[in-house]
Design a protein around this ligand. Structure first.
Ligand code: GLN
Length: 277
């Protein structure tokens, strides 16, 4: 219960103060704040120098995320918490590494993992064919559904009704990509965060917001006058993104995820944040 209240409070802060905008980049360490991730740069540069530590030789495991996406990642007392942060922590423990979290714009995450600024992305990130051209994905750890938020008195009742309306999305997300494809770029307005898109809906700048269902529920709970449509738009798989050449880390993460699935830890983490209805 407490967690839900905090979660709603976090979502409310994001939506009402636009506190999660692009300028709020910061980093938060889930464990002790380690030194810069030596392993990350070694893995990304594809360096073959023998004395450079490999990403998985202990040390720091850096997760990149966009911490305005409750219940997967959001701020609680200056710390990034949520399902992804806890999964990353559990994976880091299995790898004997210390987790560090870097908060950045969602649209920067793929480049950050490609260039070795971070070792992995956990950001409720959906596996897509296009992203697979640039990064590797772990096995999936959760399912997401693109959902539609509208004003309580809106005439929009299904994805088909979005035609001819202005749709707010979060930049570079699957919601952004699908809506641009289905309804045309001129009907889509991309915001840095989902919270900013919700703010635009509240002030009538857009007629609907398309975003993943769990953050959508949090935003609707925290903002009066909005409702979530029952109709689902697209179902998708969330996974951890890793640099293409870092197959060693990919294998280790997949093994860790497998163990966390088998011993029930993964379900436990998700169940802490998402209560069965
Ligand atoms: N699942 C969506 C995507 O991968 C949105 C993720 C997010 O906004 N953090 O594009």
């Amino acid at each position: 219960m407490k967690k839900l209240v905090l979660l709603v409070a976090a979502a409310f802060m994001c939506a009402s103060l636009a506190a999660c905008g692009s300028s709020s980049n910061s980093s938060s360490s889930a464990a002790a704040s380690g030194s810069a991730s030596a392993g990350a740069s070694a893995s990304a540069s594809g360096s073959t120098e023998a004395d450079e530590p490999s990403t998985t030789d202990g040390g720091t495991l850096t997760m990149g995320t966009n911490a305005a996406f409750p219940p997967y990642e959001y701020y609680e007392n200056d710390h990034v918490v949520g399902i992804d942060a806890e999964i990353a922590q559990a994976v880091a423990e299995k790898l004997g590494m210390e987790l560090k979290i870097e908060d950045m714009d969602f649209s920067s995450l793929i480049t950050a993992v490609q260039t070795g600024k971070i070792d992995m992305v956990l950001a409720g990130m959906t596996v897509t064919e296009d992203r697979l051209k640039n990064v590797s994905f772990s096995d999936s750890y959760a399912t997401g559904i693109q959902s539609i938020i509208v004003a309580e008195d809106s005439e929009i009742a299904s994805p088909d009704d979005l035609q001819g309306h202005m749709i707010g999305v979060q930049e570079s997300t699957t919601g952004h990509i699908y809506c641009s494809d289905d309804y045309g770029e001129d009907s889509v307005v991309a915001y840095t965060t989902g919270a900013n898109a919700v703010e635009a809906l509240k002030t009538g700048k857009v007629d609907a917001v398309v975003i993943d269902n769990e953050p959508a529920k949090a935003f609707v709970a925290a903002n009066e006058g909005l409702k979530l449509l029952d109709t689902e738009y697209v179902t998708e798989d969330y996974a951890i993104a890793i640099a293409k050449d870092n197959t060693e880390l990919l294998d280790k993460i997949n093994n860790a995820l497998k163990e966390l699935k088998e011993d029930g830890s993964l379900d436990e983490i998700i169940g802490e944040y998402i209560k069965a209805e």
